[in-house]
Design a binder for this molecule. Structure first.
Ligand SMILES: [Zn+2]
Length: 364
């Protein structure tokens, strides 16, 4: 058996339609497909959800609860950091998940792995450099790689690398195509330009499918997305200002249509009740909450003041399709149609399919 986990970045389940994504729709119809989609972890953003895909645990456990997090365990005697000052923020991909990943667990159980990631930051954010083969190596693209408008790899270029990796037949291949997210951010998730990107994405999926075809009966294929996208043309909520007016010490990390609040204002988040534009919140860690606003609202200026955004629970629906010719696909297909899969489910399913030992570090 070989397992492919293919992640389509930023693709909303509502866009998986026969007229837009004929290949993916056909895969879902012949395998299993949850039309309403699965449910990702909060915040509904890229790195928290990708880290969850490879660990099977929530951001509270793997530690990557935003694109940027406070630097873990910084030296308290660091002269660059005055006493009592908050830890500097660091990008999630420079930290990586603190929980064991499928790559670690497979290596220990002598299963071979490969990762092909159109968003190069995912190499760090998913701990993918522990895979036997990882593209882009070292988390940066060579000059020969065609890029999209946000400097991620073009889907066609990534699909070519995925097809090569399929040819090596690793036990586990984790792959990501970034096109839908880039276009939905820049033009809005329901724009003509985004639909063009979804069609381009579908043709990339088709070239992956053709690479799988010669050994179709050996493969279990899971196609998911990390989050959806929503229109982001509405109001901008300034939580720094709201916290200052409430006299609360809070650190606000902006993440599209979500905001992560740490410090005193995260430990005691009741002050948020008085912020009219904020409509919901939930805890992420002991002193950290994630909050979101009314539809269309976001928490800051560029890069978030753009047509398409994500982060709120409105964007937590994830594409959930199961395909492939292996005999294990039938049961998985039934599961995906009967259940709305959680983001934490996929790594657990993969660990079971690859018969990783109970102490692999991936929860059962
Ligand atoms: Zn994403």
């Amino acid at each position: 058996m070989h397992v492919l986990l293919l992640i389509l970045d930023g693709l909303s389940p509502r866009h998986v339609r026969p007229d837009v994504m004929p290949t993916l729709t056909a895969m879902g119809e012949s395998g299993g497909w949850n039309r309403g989609g699965g449910v990702g972890v909060m915040p509904a953003s890229t790195y928290p959800n990708h880290a969850t895909f490879v660990t099977g645990v929530t951001p509270a456990v793997h530690g990557l609860w935003s694109s940027k997090i406070p630097t873990p365990s910084t030296d308290p005697d660091d002269p660059a950091r005055p006493p009592g000052s908050p830890a500097p923020l660091i990008e999630a991909w420079n930290v990586g998940p603190r929980s064991p990943t499928l790559f670690d667990a497979c290596t220990r159980a002598k299963r071979s792995t490969a990762a092909v990631l159109g968003d190069h930051h995912l190499v760090g954010a998913m701990g993918a450099d522990a895979a036997d083969m990882c593209w882009p190596e070292g988390g940066s693209f060579g000059p020969e790689v065609a890029r999209d408008a946000l400097e991620y790899a073009d889907d066609a270029a990534t699909a070519e690398r995925i097809a090569e990796a399929v040819g090596r037949a690793p036990d586990l291949l984790v792959a990501q195509l970034n096109g839908p997210d880039t276009s939905a951010h820049l033009y809005g998730p329901d724009s003509d330009e985004a639909f063009e990107a979804y069609r381009w994405n579908d043709s990339a999926i088709d070239s992956v499918r053709r690479a799988l075809e010669p050994r179709w009966e050996d493969w279990v294929v899971m196609v998911v997305s990390d989050h959806s996208q929503e229109d982001g043309q509405g109001e901008s909520i300034d939580l720094d200002d709201a916290a200052a007016r409430a006299g609360v010490e809070a650190r606000i990390i902006r993440d599209g249509s979500a905001a992560i609040i740490t410090g005193e204002g995260g430990r005691h988040p009741r002050w948020l009740d008085a912020v009219e534009a904020v409509v919901g919140r939930e805890p992420l860690a002991a002193d950290t909450v994630v909050a979101w606003g009314r539809p269309g609202s976001s928490f800051g200026e560029f890069p978030w003041g753009i047509p398409g955004i994500h982060g709120s629970p409105r964007t937590s629906p994830q594409v959930a399709v199961v395909s492939g010719g292996h005999s294990a696909v039938g049961a998985l297909a039934q599961w995906v149609e009967a259940t709305s899969p959680r983001g934490t489910d996929w790594a657990r399913k993969i660990a079971r399919l690859l018969e990783l030992p109970a102490d692999s570090g991936i929860p059962a």
